[in-house]
Every structure is written in structure tokens, then in C-alpha cells.
Write a protein of this length. Structure first.
Length: 142
């Protein structure tokens, strides 16, 4: 399942507060349209209602495509300063620790999560998914 929560976010520019839906994980097998939202920059994107500021929210995001066996995780660079987050989220070898909402998923999925491809920007997350799609296209064509 995809999961999200409604959070109050403060605009980094003018400090005005507004509620925004923050996605924690995207399961595109069950929600194909969520993939389109990611590609068009609508996921975790903040547009201030009081000033001109807009930009991606610094929140970790898991991308999961069960059919294509794609697991990727976006880790905001700022989170590398957070020792607690790092200890709770990863092993020393950069495998992802259990504890994600998808924990109840099948074992094969769990393995996929453990070895998720880690990226440090939303743009890179989108590029990585496009890369995986492209590989599938190329190999299916032969
Ligand atoms: Zn603002």
C-alpha cells in the first residue's frame, strides 16, 4: 500500500504554515496513477500559498513496483546528519532495516526493500525509475 499523512509545513521563505500531504511510500502496482504524479512532480512538492516559494519537501520516500521488482528509496541529504534516523533505517552495509509500513508484505518484497536502490534527490528517484523502465523495454524488444 502507498502511505501518506497530512502534516503542517512551514514555508522556508515566509514562514507561513499550511497543511500538505506527505507521501512516505508509493506502491505503483496498486496505484498506477501515483507513478504519474511522481513523474509530473506532484508528490511531496510544496507550493506556498502566501509567497512564491516552491520546492520538494525533505521527507524520505520509498518507491515500490512489485511487478517490475523495482525498489528505491529517496533519502534527503539533510537526513545524513541525523544519527538516529540512520541507525534506525540502515545497517552499516547500507541495507535497509525492517520497519517500513510494507513489513507485512511477502518475503520476496522484503528482500527487494532490504536492497533498495538509494538516491539523494527526487529528480534522481524519477531518473532511476525511468532507467529501470528503459532497461525492461530494451530487453523485451530483443
Ligand atoms: Zn511562503
Amino acid at each position: 500500500m502507498s502511505s501518506h499523512e497530512l502534516l503542517e509545513v512551514e514555508c522556508p521563505s515566509c514562514r507561513a504554515k499550511q497543511d500538505i500531504v506527505i507521501w512516505k511510500s508509493l506502491n505503483v502496482t496498486r496505484d498506477p496513477e501515483i507513478r504519474e504524479q511522481l513523474f509530473t512532480g506532484k508528490i511531496n512538492y510544496f507550493t506556498c500559498g502566501s509567497c512564491d516559494f516552491e520546492g520538494f519537501i525533505s521527507a524520505p520516500l520509498v518507491y515500490h513496483d512489485r511487478e517490475k521488482k523495482i525498489c528505491a528509496q529517496y533519502v534527503p541529504v539533510e537526513y545524513l546528519e541525523d544519527e538516529e534516523y540512520l541507525k534506525q533505517s540502515f545497517t552499516p552495509d547500507a541495507e535497509i532495516r525492517p520497519g517500513l509500513p510494507e513489513d507485512t508484505a511477502r518475503i520476496a518484497d522484503r528482500d527487494c526493500f532490504r536492497h533498495a536502490h538509494i538516491v539523494f534527490s527526487m529528480a534522481e528517484l524519477i531518473r532511476y525509475v525511468l532507467f529501470r523502465d528503459r532497461l525492461l523495454q530494451v530487453f523485451q524488444a530483443t
